[in-house]
Design a protein around this ligand. Structure first.
Ligand code: SF4
Length: 380
């Protein structure tokens, strides 16, 4: 049994059930994004989405039946997980639903890039069917494009979606700078971003705003930081989520990098941009999250306003490390060995990383930065 799963989801939806309402991205022009390039946007008919939901229900029933058969009384426990993951005949869909049930069967992420492009009544019908089929669901989230919400949806539309079960929207603001929004072909203005944010909040839906660190490059980093903070201050989203820019060859931005128009910031320079942005956040109660592996400092995390100083101190502490410690940390983070600067205290790991860096440098002087860049590409 198979159902459709799209290519991406936010990092914090790793254990959520993925249900595809639309395919790909209706805009598909952002210069820093390569996810859906060359793929056509489609709104899936409600009938087709309901068929997928029925398939997921059948898979759920099979998993529960298997649990009874193995003597686990319908429970999705560690032994059942081990059995399913070690049996090659269970496909990825069976495994995904098992993981979802193992973590409570409560969270759902609706794919793809802008499911709110659907007719509101179709979205509500599909969502209501999902909730009716799985009464255990208590959190439903989706990506949404701010222009769609600002221009095409009313607060009433959004309120109906919330009543049908939509609890949180992840919106890619990326930057608050009108210049950069245009430069990056985001197809939306700062004012539209603010209007979208206010509508989502008025409808009682939780709002998670994504911001791309490094998007200003060397030329416009201060504008990026200050304008983004200003837009966020006007919205007061529930979550501000950082994701760091990494330019790949198949992104339109790559050409601007190659011809020298866009100058990429070093990841330590990005920390200065991030620091300025956070310093400028004022009068809001958002939670800051850095839960994307591309971010150098995952510990830039906390609730405003009370944690602001502590959040800033994470960046300041990193910047106060000496050159060798910073390089070891960056290597350890990108190699998946470090999650926090506290991990630098582990002397043995520190020495091992230092030895690896020395070996790379001996083979080809100056190639550590290249290695770090390749390690980062693995995460995209
Ligand atoms: S709207 Fe989102 S998914 Fe679509 S191109 Fe832009 S960043 Fe990519």
């Amino acid at each position: 049994m198979r159902y459709e799963i799209g290519p991406i989801r936010p990092p914090n939806e790793a254990y959520s059930l993925l249900v595809r309402f639309t395919r790909n991205c209706p805009w598909n022009q952002c210069a820093f994004c390569h996810v859906y390039k060359g793929k056509k946007f489609e709104k899936r008919p409600v009938k087709e989405i309901k068929e997928d939901i029925d398939i997921i229900r059948s898979i759920r029933d099979d998993i529960v039946a298997l649990s009874w058969e193995k003597g686990y009384a319908g429970s999705i426990n560690d032994d059942l997980i081990e059995l399913i993951f070690s049996t090659p005949s269970y496909n990825e869909f069976f495994k995904s639903v098992t993981i979802w049930l193992y973590f409570g069967g409560k969270n759902v992420f609706i794919q793809d890039a802008n499911s709110l492009a659907m007719k509101p009544e179709n979205f509500v019908e599909a969502l209501a069917y999902l909730k009716e089929t799985f009464p255990s669901i208590d959190r439903v989230t989706s990506y949404a494009r701010s222009r769609t919400i600002a221009k095409r949806l009313t607060v009433e539309n959004l309120t109906k979606m919330r009543s049908a079960g939509l609890t949180r929207l992840h919106v890619g603001m990326e930057t608050g700078s009108d210049f950069l929004l245009k430069y990056m072909k985001k197809g939306v203005t700062k004012q539209e971003n603010i209007l979208c944010g206010k509508k989502v909040k008025e409808a009682g839906i939780e709002l998670s705003e994504y911001i791309v660190l490094g998007l200003g490059g060397k030329k416009w980093w201060e504008e990026h930081a200050t304008e983004t903070a200003d837009a966020l201050n006007k919205i007061n989203p529930d979550f501000i989520r950082f994701r760091t820019l990494k330019v790949l060859k198949d992104m339109p931005l790559y050409e601007k990098v190659e011809n020298g128009d866009f100058v990429i910031l070093h990841e330590e320079e990005i920390l200065h941009e991030e620091k300025l942005l956070i310093e400028k956040l004022d009068g809001i109660t958002s939670s800051i999250k850095s839960d994307h592996i591309l971010n150098l400092l995952e510990e830039v995390d906390g609730k405003l306003p009370e944690d602001k100083e502590q959040i800033l101190s994470v960046i300041e502490e990193y910047l106060s490390l000496n050159k060798e410690q910073r390089l070891v940390y960056r290597f350890g983070r990108r190699a998946g060995m470090y999650r926090s600067t506290d991990d630098l205290q582990d002397e043995l790991t520190y020495l091992r990383i230092k030895k690896t860096i020395n070996e790379i440098e001996q083979k080809e002087p100056g190639s550590v930065e290249k290695t770090l860049s390749l390690l980062l590409e693995n995460y995209i």
